[in-house]
Write a new protein. Structure first.
Length: 201
């Protein structure tokens, strides 16, 4: 689960996490007709490090992203590609077909900055919800990163200190708490446990 991994701050492990923002209607599952995916790649400076395999972390991240795009799926899929570093993120590609997405991934390069992970995840979730809202689509963020949050701007809705507690009892106001709320309710400040009802995922 995303928040368990984010709370560990596993800076030495390249993690590929699929975050499904699947809209539910009460207790009944929706029958999806499409899948909308944002591939969210960490391109911060630490991604230049070489892994035991001899590959650069960023190279492996791109491979994981490409493998995910090429995985067979019964639903028509639309992919966007975002990267993040420094104090922001970059929309490398708007929603397109798998072949275009593979080309975009192959042309990416790593950067030098820090890791605005909370900013990137929360804004990606918002962008997913705004893309073709009238379509019954499964919404997915495919996050591939080697580290934890360290550079989200203070003005960002999901900015916050690290939680001093672990998932699922995250500290209110922490960036992990806000990211979880965004993924669960579409609002970083709305605690999904208040009413026990999860709108997403």
């Amino acid at each position: 689960m995303l928040l368990r991994r984010l709370n560990r701050q596993a800076a030495r492990v390249l993690a590929g996490v699929g975050l499904a923002l699947t809209l539910s209607s009460g207790t009944q599952a929706r029958a999806f007709t499409e899948e909308h995916v944002i591939i969210l790649l960490d391109r911060s400076g630490s991604m230049k490090a070489t892994r035991a395999s001899g590959e650069m972390r960023f190279t492996e991240a791109v491979t994981r992203g490409r493998d995910f795009v090429l995985t067979p799926n019964l639903l028509p899929r639309h992919f966007a590609v975002w990267t993040f570093e420094g104090a922001s993120y970059f929309r490398e590609q708007d929603f397109m077909d798998p072949a275009s997405t593979v080309t975009t991934l192959n042309n990416l390069s790593t950067g030098l900055g820090a890791t605005p992970l909370a900013l990137a995840v929360c804004d990606a979730a918002d962008a997913l919800l705004q893309f073709e809202p009238g379509v019954d689509a499964r919404k997915v963020i495919r996050l591939i990163s080697d580290g934890g949050e360290n550079s989200t701007p203070e003005t960002a809705p999901c900015f916050g200190p690290p939680s001093t507690t672990t998932y699922p009892e995250l500290e209110e106001g922490s960036w992990q708490w806000k990211v979880r709320n965004m993924l669960k309710t579409g609002d970083p400040l709305r605690d999904w446990k208040d009413d026990g009802h999860s709108l997403f995922w």
